[in-house]
Design a protein around this ligand. Structure first.
Ligand code: F6P
Length: 506
């Protein structure tokens, strides 16, 4: 961090105005402080919470989702700042430090949350980018709010970025930020990473504001994606909707005067996890003991199956439950022998599709348990909570079979966490071919979750897998992840961003 005075760009943010640094946090960046490295994402790594909520410590709780899981380790080791929303509507919070990271909060009003976050981000873009599993809604008021809020995030960066700084913008909520930064601060190195899939142009075509989104992303020097198919989809859309001339996944971007401002590149950088943290936890005696206690508490079933997801319709929880119910009906599994633990962490609860999903999932779990439970044994242990990472690792250690049945998923870090936690090379991973992780975890039992019979067969293969086969598969998957942890992901991206690019147009 560079401490400067009035040299900062723009005026002082409203976010720096009223609230003192929150409990449990130390005062962070001052209004004029500038940084050589900045990450900007919709959410900060911590959310405001009240002390009676699970996982809440000193007024803060870890934010949900894979983005934070991936970026937090890098940011704790870096001398940079993280710009994002702090999770409470209408609350202004001064910059502060938490867990060793300088955080610069951006305020969202109740209306911004409704229109920008729940609306455009999560009821337009989210379903559109996930194969239209749910129908996307298109509203001009949501789009106006998306533009306004993207401008606010960009302004916070512009104020705090040192001359020539590197800025790494994250995810679909902030796709207009790269271009806004480029226009105001051509001195910056601008990277963007999309944590979720990027749809094929045939689906992206539905978006009334498709040109503006592509234009916004092309403001970056480097646009990163989880899979090479996502990078290809993006460049095909750039060609189709903006008439961009794309060569080797690169585009010459021109300013208003027709002069080339920079070359934008698209490339895949599959995200990963903090391997060291999970491996160390998996060896701790208290974490191992907790895993054994979980099994005892469930009545010592022969097989524990586990699903861990944000309660989101992209995760295929309904398909998983359907397959499991049929296996119980067919007596392929019994409640005496097997229990499915389903952790469904609360997510986007005011968005209609998420409300409907929760009702449906909870109705189905109630129906399955009502039909198959005995006094002693349960079919599905359903937990609508988020848990600290220690508890998650105990669950991974307790689970003989991990079920990742996403209908579409950018990556799915839960799959990678499970494999990393299995330090004895046992356990089986059932993995959807529609999750980005399937590109790296090729020794998982890959399946199509839409094919319920195929899913049932795959679950049974996992339940009955011989130790030698399980060990062979797990070893190979663990090697892949141990060789490609999240530090490598971020350093690969930042190295590629720093490279000087020359496009050969001959
Ligand atoms: O990784 C996808 C993502 O949408 C992140 O951008 C986000 O932080 C996380 O999932 C959780 O979602 P939300 O912030 O909407 O709770």
């Amino acid at each position: 961090m560079q401490a400067t005075d009035s040299a900062g760009h723009g005026t002082q943010s409203t976010t720096e105005a009223t609230r003192p640094a929150a409990d449990g946090a130390t005062t962070g960046a001052a209004a004029g402080d500038q940084f050589d490295f900045m990450v900007v994402s919709n959410r900060l790594p911590v959310d405001r919470c009240s002390s009676d909520e699970t996982g809440c410590e000193d007024g803060w709780r870890r934010s949900p989702g894979g983005l934070v899981t991936a970026l937090a380790p890098m940011m704790t080791k870096t001398d940079g700042a993280w710009v994002g929303w702090h999770g409470a509507p209408d609350e202004t919070v001064k910059p502060f430090s938490h867990g060793g990271i300088d955080l610069i909060p951006v305020q969202l009003s109740t209306e911004d949350i409704e229109l920008f976050y729940e609306g455009f981000s999560n009821a337009t873009l989210w379903p559109l980018y996930h194969d239209v599993i749910a129908p996307p809604e298109f509203h001009r008021t949501w789009w106006d709010s998306y533009r306004k809020v993207n401008r606010r995030f960009a302004d916070a960066v512009i104020r705090h970025a040192a001359e020539g700084a590197t800025v790494w913008v994250q995810d679909y909520q902030l796709q207009l930020v790269p271009k806004l930064l480029r226009e105001a601060r051509p001195d910056l190195k601008i990277g963007f990473f999309n944590h979720i899939p990027f749809p094929p142009p045939e689906i992206f075509a539905q978006l009334p504001w498709r040109r503006a989104i592509i234009d916004g992303l092309l403001g970056a020097d480097l646009v990163g994606f989880q899979r090479s198919s996502d990078a290809g989809n993006f460049m095909r859309s750039a060609r189709r909707f903006l008439g961009a001339s794309v060569k080797q996944q690169q585009v010459h971007v021109r300013g208003a005067d027709g002069e080339t401002t920079h070359i934008a590149r698209a490339q895949a950088f599959p995200i990963s996890i903090d391997v060291k943290q999970i491996s160390e936890l998996a060896k701790k005696p208290e974490v191992i003991e907790r895993a054994q206690q979980i099994r005892r508490d469930l009545g010592n079933p022969k097989t524990i199956l586990l699903g861990v997801d944000r309660l989101d319709y992209t995760k295929g929880i309904r398909h998983r439950l359907k397959a499991y119910e049929e296996l119980l009906q067919d007596a392929k599994v019994t409640v005496e022998d097997a229990t499915l633990i389903q952790v469904a962490s609360p997510s986007r609860e005011r968005v209609e599709q998420y409300r409907l999903l929760r009702e449906e999932v909870e109705g189905t779990v109630g129906h399955i348990n009502g039909t198959f439970d005995t006094m002693e044994s349960t079919a599905v242990r359903y937990l609508h909570h988020s848990y600290p990472i220690e508890e998650m690792v105990s669950l991974y250690l307790a689970a003989d079979v991990m079920l990742v049945t996403a209908l579409r998923d950018g990556m799915n870090l839960v799959a990678k966490e499970y494999v990393t936690a299995r330090t004895n090379n046992d356990g089986a991973l059932v993995l959807s071919e529609f999750a980005g992780a399937a590109d790296q975890l090729k020794q998982a039992l890959l399946m199509n979750p839409h094919d319920i019979d195929g899913l049932k067969d795959t679950i049974m293969r996992a339940v009955n897998m011989q130790p030698a086969e399980a060990s062979r598969r797990m070893r190979a998957m663990r090697k892949q992840i141990l060789d490609h942890d999240v530090d490598l992901w971020s350093s690969d991206f930042l190295k590629a961003l720093a490279e000087k690019v020359v496009r050969d147009d001959s």
